[in-house]
Design a protein around this ligand. Sequence first.
Ligand SMILES: Nc1nc2c(ncn2[C@@H]2O[C@H](COP(=O)(O)OP(=O)(O)O)[C@@H](O)[C@H]2O)c(=O)[nH]1
Ligand SMILES: [Mg+2]
Length: 843
Amino acid sequence: MRRLFTKPSGDSPEPPSPSTATGPARPIRLVYCDEKGKFQMDPEAVAALQLVKDPVGVVSVCGRARQGKSFILNQLLGRSSGFQVASTHRPCTKGLWLWSAPIRRTALDGTEYNLLLLDSEGIDAYDQTGTYSTQIFSLAVLLSSMFVYNQMGGIDEAALDRLSLVTEMTKHIRVRASGERTTASELGQFSPIFVWLLRDFYLDLVEDNRRITPRDYLELALRPVQGGGRDLAAKNEIRESIRALFPDRECFTLVRPLSNENELQRLDQIPLDKLRPEFRSGLDAFTKFVFERTRPKQFGATVMTGPILACITQSFLDAINNGAVPTITSSWQSVEEAQCQRAYDLATEVYMSAFDRSKPPEEAALRGAHEVAVEKSFAAFNDSAIGAGSTRQKYEKRLQNFLKKAFEDYKRDAFREAYLQCSNAIQNMEKELRAACHTSDAKVDNVLDNLLTKYEASCHGPEKWQKLTSFLRHSLEGPVLDLIKKQIDQIGSEKSSLVLKCRSIEDKMGLLNKQLEASEKYKSEYLKRYEDAINDKKKLGDDYMSRIMNLQSKCSSLEERASSLSKTLDSSRQESIEWKRKYEQVLSKQKAEEDQASAEIAILKSRSSAAEARLAAAREHSQSAQEEAEEWKRKYAIAVREAKAALEKAASVQERSNKQTQMREDTLRAEFSSSLAEKEEEIKDKAAKIEYAEQRLTTLSLELKAAESKIKNYDLEISTLKIGIKELGEKLETANATAQSFEREVRILEQEKIHLEEKYRSEFNRFEEVQERCRTAEREAQRATELADTARAEAVTAQKEKNEIQRTAMERLAQIERAERHVESLERQKADLANELEGYLCF
Ligand SMILES: Nc1nc2c(ncn2[C@@H]2O[C@H](COP(=O)(O)OP(=O)(O)O)[C@@H](O)[C@H]2O)c(=O)[nH]1
Ligand SMILES: [Mg+2]
């Protein structure tokens, strides 16, 4: 549900100000009666309606006060509170109230629309004459798609009588502005669906012992009453007018919602499920009917929208306030007129702002911009305009005329301005061209190109090319031709100087080519020499390498031999040391033996001394025994003999041992001396060998030294060779550098040659280009002359056509004037007739 307005000001019936245009949904005054008794529209409601651009369907509920109208409207809204449900006699502000939030609905045929609910207040509350009630009643009928007449109880004579307001309505509304009084059936064509809602209905709907529907009940009630009498005619008239006014009608009955009287007073506070089921089902049927059958209100092709509703309400109120009778057709027409006028104003504004004034002033571009703006303008018009009849067509036509005129005016101004611009530009171009032709280095094609590009970009309009053509013709025949002739002369002289230059360059090139050949020859010779030197160097290198290898191998074999000899020397030395050690062993052994012999001798000496001692003892004993006896002489003699023998024996033993020792010594000596001699011999031999080896060694080391000195010599030679190679390399490098510098020189010379060739070619091309431009300029001059001729011929034809059109236009104007005069006379006739008719009516 859309919400349009702000919070209501509580219970106060005072309308909120239009500035509070947002907020929760609530009832707002649509129409009220001011202090002067004039009907007014509340600006807030108007503003709210202006926002509802889609089609609207209007359901209004009318009837006497305090009969549950507001309650039933709240049920349609699906709310317990909405429109004020009053339990007292305090009436709300008189008039029509609108629920601020339209209900978005889709009709059975798929049409989307906004459902607006209208509540009527104050009908017959204070109205003694009934005029006010009738006016509100009429207004509600005129504005609604569905008109609900709410009433307590059944349809009886009193109820019908109360509805006689309806018959009153015909006095208050007219279908057309002129003509007779409008009948109820005429009004019926514009009537809403009529629903008679009967509240607290208690009757059984039975007729001739069969159940009937509320609709049947309504139809029965509206059936003419049979009989006679004055009242009867009045009764039937009421019935007749209701039937005529509401051809599409329906009736719904609702039982009393609750039996408790007190609770009935505050029905809006009782939950729906506490109400009687019969009431609830009746309410459902009624709600369903309202939602299904309501359609957007329509008049002819114009579908009611929020703004139209506001507009038409105002139109009806104006009529009522002026004491006139609201006229449906005129009101709708005035609404259509106003809406179409607004649409027209808007469309013209849209056209003026949408027209792209930045487009160049050329027919096609301007027409394109015009068409775009026209499309937007018509879209704006169609968005706002209503109806499909003559009013709309009239405004469409006016809009078309306006657009056409606006476009023509704009085009004329734009073309005039463009013409002036072209003329100015051409004048400037002439000046510039003349100035350019007089400069020394004048390049007329450049100047012309620049001028033409500038002209093309900045100048527009239908005369653009004609002006340019005449300018070109004048320029080409005048200053440009002179300049070109001058240039051709210049180029001729330039060409001959270039040819001369070219020849000298060719000579130079021949010389340079020769130099190049010589240097190339020199280069190849040098390269050959360089290669030979390299080969020699390689050979020498190889030779030296092989010699070095040989020497190295010899050296290594000598080293091997020296090492083997030193090994043999070492082993001989080892052997001689061994022999020395053995000799020392033998010597020590001999010494030991000598020591043993001397020890034995010492022992023997000690023994002999012991024997001498014993002999001395014996001698003492013999002396002692001399006294004793001569006997002992023999013993003595024996002892002497024995001693002698012992002495002899000792001497012989000593001799023998001495001999033996001597012998042994001699043998040992002999043995030792022989072995010594042997060893000495061996030593001698070894020493000789060593000597020989040493001699060899010295010879070998001498040889080694010689080889080393040789190697040194070789090294020296190698280093000298290396220096030679280095020198050769350096020479080679310098030769390379010279060759490279020669090559560079050659390249520079070649580049010079290419450059000179290019220069020659470009000069040649320029010469050809100039010739070509000359030719093009001549051709263009030719073409420009042709174009000028064609343009002249076209201008003549256009002039003829213009004359023809002017003539036709004059004729048309005369026709229009005639038609206008005819229309005026017809209108005068019509006015006369109207006056006559009015006089007749008054009469
Ligand atoms: N008896 C009866 N009272 C009702 C019914 N609907 C509403 N009322 C009560 O009637 C009083 C007036 O209701 P309201 O909707 O303001 O009537 P309005 O003046 O016609 O808009 C309130 O106290 C409601 O509670 C109904 O169907 N039957
Ligand atoms: Mg009410």
